[in-house]
Design a protein around this ligand. Structure first.
Ligand code: ADQ
Length: 458
């Protein structure tokens, strides 16, 4: 079997074992342990002349990190990827800041990355490209004459066709996607929306510019067993013990999100405020812990959102806090995964209310961390990809602050038998559809596109 070549915006953090860092590295850990692999991404270094690619090896994976110039980074990453595609694909048209020049830099940076790939590629490699930063990469690879199988997975939502058409370069971007052999989405609805945009009668394929691309649904999972074990081992360390001590007998609600406008944090805090306004009996008896590390601090929208949330958290506590009770603890920092797992396990309510989310792994981590004999309740936005899988969660429309308040009340009052049966359904789902199952099903679908292409022997 040839190598697996993974290409993502960033490479795993140096010094950390592949599989021990967040997100994609966790999702791919098992697959990368089983075969020779190469991972290519930005090293994190900016210089006026891009630094030559660096190479290191971790277990069976070679990791190649390329440098960027500040100009490339501004146009490709902060500009087109995070300033245009991210808000557009999350249905926030009012936040889109499109510049033609950024798009040119996005394309040019993808061509530059394609050249790094070419220099490191072998003929029997299979290439797996991740996320919205790298949509033009297959086209750039084909332009260099690279014939290897190339698959693409979109971690964020694909929007409704009319929303996508608001992008001035929608045609070119869709044409670029058609150069992949397989394009994977988190949900059936995202896949259908792309097929609909492409005018395809078949929701599993699209024909664009004379090329046929296979479409598939691959909802990403977590390493459920390991995450449950983290929570159950009581290994959350001193932080977990301190949380338990400081919460005491109060009910705990928890939210864990990057600071991002897609995560619906203002509505969530307002929903909690509404719950407190309507339920004086709960004053002093419930505590909401919101863990929100800062992200994309270089993008203006993110800075203003940070100020808004600081203000909301301060006002809520100013209104309701007592000398011995702080209703909301709002923190801008990250925690080790073991501590997070222990925090989730202590919580009676998990609040995951994004306005739009490709999947949302926090929802799955919250379920994985619960006790089978006394599980907490997940309150989940109907616009997170996870909502299509987690049937046991209490679904809310995140734009409806009153509905969030209702759901918090319902979750806190839910009897044990109902909590247990809802949790059991969701735990079954995340135990079957793990991160490894996700990666394997994508890769076998990619292999199938090649088999379909091979000439039938006479
Ligand atoms: P993200 O938008 O980053 O990912 P999410 O799926 O929730 O969102 O993943 C966040 C990860 O970061 C989780 O594993 C979480 O535990 C961790 N994390 C968040 N806050 C943390 C903190 N304070 N400390 C430590 N860890 C923290 C994108 C898409 C999602 C999609 C994923 C994967 O936007 O919709 O689910 O990719 O495909």
């Amino acid at each position: 079997m040839g190598r697996l070549v993974v290409i993502s915006n960033r490479i795993p953090v140096a010094g950390a074992r592949v599989g021990s860092t967040g997100g994609l590295a966790v999702a791919l850990a098992d697959v990368l342990a089983r075969r020779e692999a190469l991972w290519i991404g930005w090293s994190g270094v900016l210089a006026d002349v891009p630094e030559p690619p660096t190479r290191r090896r971790t277990r069976r994976t070679d990791i190649v990190g390329f440098g960027l110039t500040p100009e490339m980074h501004a146009g490709f990453y902060s500009g087109f990827a995070n300033g245009t595609l991210w808000p557009l694909f999350h249905y926030r048209l009012g936040l889109v800041d499109y510049r033609r020049d950024d798009y040119q830099k996005y394309l040019a940076t993808n061509s530059y990355i394609a050249e790094v790939v070419r220099q490191n590629l072998r003929p029997d490699d299979t290439i797996w490209v991740h996320d919205f930063h790298l949509i033009p990469l297959a086209r750039a690879l084909r332009a260099l004459g690279i014939p290897n199988p190339v698959g693409f997975f979109l971690h964020i939502p694909f929007p409704a066709a009319e929303v996508f058409r608001a992008l001035p370069v929608h045609r070119d971007l869709a044409e670029a996607l058609s150069h992949f052999d397989l394009v994977g989405f988190q949900t059936d609805s995202c896949r259908r929306q792309f097929a609909d945009y492409a005018g395809s009668g078949d929701p599993h394929a699209a024909e664009i510019g004379g090329r046929r691309v296979t479409l598939g649904t691959f909802p990403i999972g977590i390493d459920t067993q390991r995450f449950s074990a983290y929570a159950a081992d009581g290994d959350g360390g001193i932080e977990s013990a301190r949380l338990a001590e400081s919460t005491g007998t109060r009910a705990l609600a928890i939210g864990v999100d990057r600071l991002d406008y897609s995560k619906g944090l203002p509505n969530r805090i307002a929903g909690y405020g509404e719950f407190l306004a309507r339920n004086p009996d709960w004053h002093g008896k419930v505590q909401y812990l919101q863990i929100t590390p800062i992200s994309r601090g270089e993008v203006a929208n993110y800075r203003s959102m940070r100020r808004e949330l600081d203000g909301m958290a301060g006002r809520l506590n100013g209104k309701y806090a007592e000398f011995d009770w702080t209703p909301l603890r709002y923190l801008n920092r990250g925690y080790p995964r073991k501590s997070l797992a222990a925090f989730y396990r202590q919580a009676h309510v998990g609040l995951v209310t994004p306005l739009r989310d490709g999947m949302n792994l926090v929802a799955k981590e919250f379920v994985a961390a619960q006790r089978a004999d006394d599980p907490g309740v997940l309150v989940l936005s109907e616009f997170a990809g996870a909502a299509s899988e987690l049937a046991g969660a209490l679904k809310v429309n995140p734009y409806d602050v009153d509905a969030i308040a209702d759901a918090i009340g319902k979750a806190l009052a839910m009897p044990l038998d109902e909590r247990a049966s809802r949790w059991k359904a969701d735990f079954g789902c995340i135990s079957a559809n793990t991160a490894t199952a996700w990666a394997e099903s994508f890769l076998s679908a990619l292999a199938a596109t090649q088999a379909a292409r091979e000439p039938i022997a006479a």
